[in-house]
Ligand binder design. Sequence first.
Ligand code: ATP
Ligand code: MG
Length: 259
Amino acid sequence: MTANRTADGEPSAIQVIDLCKNFGSVEVLKGVSLDARKGDVVAIIGGSGSGKSTLLRCTNFLETPTSGKIIVDGEEVAMRADGRPANRRQIERIRSRLGMVFQSFNLWTHRTLLENVIEVPVHVLGMHRDAATARAFDLLDRVGLRDKADTYPAYLSGGQQQRAAIARALAVDPTVMLFDEPTSALDPELVGDVLRVIRDLAQEGRTMLLVTHEMKFAREVASHVLYLSEGRIEEQGPPEQLFANPRSERLQQFLQTVH
Ligand SMILES: Nc1ncnc2c1ncn2[C@@H]1O[C@H](COP(=O)(O)OP(=O)(O)OP(=O)(O)O)[C@@H](O)[C@H]1O
Ligand SMILES: [Mg+2]
């Protein structure tokens, strides 16, 4: 299958085209499109209830979009007329290329960190346990948790749990990492270590969609910023422009409330 290519020749890692999502009669996403090329870090900002989490959750089919297209690595997700995915196995395959990190960590509490990290590679992707374990140790090392491999999540701080969740998401070598407010449940003193890990990933060219309320961080790591308001992209552009020179009045107001 040929990859979709953007104007400057870089292949798209993920494209979302005219995505709509209704919950009952409430329209939460009203036609959102984005295109992240390999290595792009797309920050998604916006007020509470603007649809940021719904956008990420539709992207990896934790929610069923009402309409629109999702294309990962050039492969379009087949949907039926009612918006439901046509092919469960395709969804599982595509989901395994998207590493999701949630606000609330969502580690498996009855498994050690090592077991958390190797679970999907071994049981879903069929990777050999020894190879998965060696890779898991490397990943835990990268996030500063190698010595906690045999520890259960309950014995770790929120920041450590979130770094473990990032290692777990990286274990499948995802095409795109999806972060939904990865630091908003953390005590302030634990935020820095998690941001450092995400910054390293950005610097090594990992493609990401990053929902965040850390505006300074978004400005520093993002290649592109989307401002969502009431289910639409109200404004988008490079971070310098969006943060220093916002055009829309709503964005100007939003930035005043978060600064
Ligand atoms: N499963 C659901 N059923 C009904 N309504 C929902 C559901 N999930 C989200 N919504 C509604 O959709 C809107 C957008 O929610 P969403 O969680 O995407 O916002 P958000 O931008 O992530 O907000 P926050 O910054 O508070 O996390 C909200 O009005 C929310 O109540
Ligand atoms: Mg949210």
